[in-house]
Design a binder for this molecule. Sequence first.
Ligand SMILES: C[S@@+](CC[C@H](N)C(=O)[O-])C[C@H]1O[C@@H](n2cnc3c(N)ncnc32)[C@H](O)[C@@H]1O
Length: 202
Amino acid sequence: MIKLDERLAAAASFVRTDKRICDVGTDHALLPCFLCEQGAVSVIASDVNENPLNAARANVEKYGFADRITLLQSDGLQNVPPCDDVIIAGMGGELIAQIISGCTFVTPDTRFILQPMTKAELLRRYLYANGFEILREKGAAVNGKAYTVMLVRFTGVKADIDDSFAYFGKCADPRYIQKVNSQLTKLANSDPSLLLIRKELP
Ligand SMILES: C[S@@+](CC[C@H](N)C(=O)[O-])C[C@H]1O[C@@H](n2cnc3c(N)ncnc32)[C@H](O)[C@@H]1O
């Protein structure tokens, strides 16, 4: 059985395995293989680079899911056919926003599972400014580093969000709150108002 770390396990927990799934920037394709173990039958594992796709191919064959996982070379969603659940994990918030902006098949039923390594606040601002809504966030930690995973859908309703929501979103995980508080303390050197939005730990 494939064992994912807490970050990828949190992403997997948001995926609907009975839907058409794409993992953008799949690298090793461990997430698609895990999803197939959970019963997924239609998963695209895409990556812009050849070396990750070779690693992905090796894992897909090792775990015996070549009939369910399609490997695809694609810059973001450029060559990806319509899917229901799109996972974009392990990339910077700016790149994730850029990839979503290139999505041609979004409907209100499409779900995006997003896990930014950096600039989550920029990603949240992009999402709300462009008619997306964060349904849920789940925290995770790997090797002492905290992350958040967002479950997102398109509503078409554009909204402004305040600094507090941009930085913390809907993540209630104390490990993530602590990380964002530290980030805000550093940023306050140039913008002292950010000290005011630090959160009490639960
Ligand atoms: C750090 S790895 C993350 C792998 C996996 N998603 C995870 O979260 O563990 C980032 C992957 O994204 C791929 N990547 C970077 N830019 C991309 C783009 N524009 N479109 C598709 N894949 C991209 C890289 O080649 C790399 O394999």
